[in-house]
Design a protein around this ligand. Structure first.
Ligand code: FE2
Length: 387
């Protein structure tokens, strides 16, 4: 079969539990206060909750930024000698430490995972306040990244999660309403870059520990530029609520951009998160107005796209000239299409970035765009002296 085709779970529903989607991403960073403010200014996110000295937390501070159902937690150490976070920052720089999943039963998902190859980071615990009770557990995944399992957060009545203080971020930040506010919906997928030959073992880890299945794959015969290529397997749960693409480098004449990430991150880690939006032509101009920088795509891509679309039954509702003006990419099959665009790296260490994606009856990941995208990334990589 074509190697990008979606494959769905066969057989009975696994008994370890149901996944309901991404809950949040936690970034470990040197100065969470300022990182949170940056996502506020550039992405138009609003600070909604906080933990720190004022809430009785003596060792760590957490600022929660929200847009739609996208929740980013920025966490920093408060005290000298926080070896765990110090080591993280030394090894990886600022980055995504935890990708949290909503599940229907933390205890059973956790028990199943740790008896099938996942390392326990924190056993099941509860947090409770007047807004209700939420249950958690944390297990390790690739590199120093973790997955926190979250149960009951949708029924929780307070700000974000128990023991967070509510923050009126919309009135707190006078900059928020000065510029257009990008409308984000939810985290669509979250991509992990692996070292050489580590993609298959990591995909098998998701299969074994969480009962995920392979949803979509691309190999280096399909996706390659003059210089490098990509291998990727997308793992997902039974209901396809959580999508975790796993990449590995496939070097060609030059160094793969996946390897560039792995070198600077000192191993496997989260390369990008894709934020699903309902109207990319609202979101992208608003992000640009706020100073977010995106990769640019050569004119030739849009010329070729128009030819390919002319030969296809699919109808793109958006104006191609406007998509081109914003460097938005289009991938499609006979049933539907997706629109996507990638920011330039958001940190000094290459290459953590964000993707903005709008889906119109199309569940792929933009395989038709990878070549144009890779060429654009390699152009930036050459500027950094890393190609
Ligand atoms: Fe992506």
């Amino acid at each position: 079969p074509p190697s990008t085709m979606s494959t769905h779970a066969t057989g009975p529903r696994p008994t370890n539990g149901k996944f309901a989607g991404f809950h949040s991403l936690t970034f470990w960073c040197g100065n969470a206060f300022q990182s949170a403010s940056w996502y506020g200014a550039r992405f138009g996110m609003t600070r909604v909750a906080y933990r720190g000295l004022e809430t009785g937390d003596r060792s760590r501070v957490k600022h929660v930024m929200r847009s739609g159902n996208v929740f980013f937690i920025f966490e920093s150490a408060l005290n000298p000698g926080d070896v765990e976070m110090g080591k993280w920052l030394q090894d990886h720089g600022d980055g995504v430490k935890d990708v949290a999943f909503k599940v229907d039963n933390v205890q059973s998902v956790y028990d199943y995972a740790v008896s099938h190859g996942a390392k326990s980071v924190k056993e099941v615990w509860e947090e409770e306040d007047e807004g209700g009770k939420v249950i958690f557990a944390t297990v390790s995944t690739y590199g120093d990244t973790t997955h926190t399992l979250v149960q009951g957060s949708d029924d929780y009545k307070g700000a974000f999660l128990p023991n967070f203080a509510a923050v009126d971020g919309a009135s707190e930040d006078p900059l928020l309403h000065v510029l257009p506010i990008p409308q984000l919906s939810f985290v669509d997928h979250c991509v992990g870059n692996q070292g050489d030959q580590q993609m298959v073992p990591v995909a098998e880890f998701y299969e074994k520990a969480f009962n995920f299945h392979r949803f979509w794959t691309v190999d280096d015969k399909m996706i390659h530029t003059e210089y490098s290529s990509l291998r990727s397997i997308v793992m997902t749960d039974y209901d396809e609520k959580v999508k975790m693409p796993i990449n590995e480098p496939a070097n060609g004449k030059r160094k793969s951009q996946i390897q560039e990430f792995v070198d600077y991150h000192n191993g496997a880690g989260v390369q990008h998160a894709a934020l699903n939006v309902e109207n990319i032509l609202q979101t992208v101009p608003a992000l640009k107005a706020r100073g977010v920088k995106f990769l640019t795509i050569p004119k030739a891509y849009y010329k070729r796209l128009a030819e390919r679309l002319a030969a296809s039954p699919v109808n793109i509702a958006e104006d191609l000239a406007v998509l081109e003006e914003h460097n938005i990419l289009v991938d499609f099959d006979d049933q539907g299409y997706l629109l996507q665009i990638f920011t330039k790296p958001l940190e000094d260490r290459p290459t953590f970035f964000m993707e903005i994606i709008q889906r119109c009856n199309h569940e792929g990941f933009g395989a038709g765009n990878f070549k144009a995208l890779f060429e654009s990334i390699e152009h930036e990589q050459a500027k950094r002296g890393n190609l």
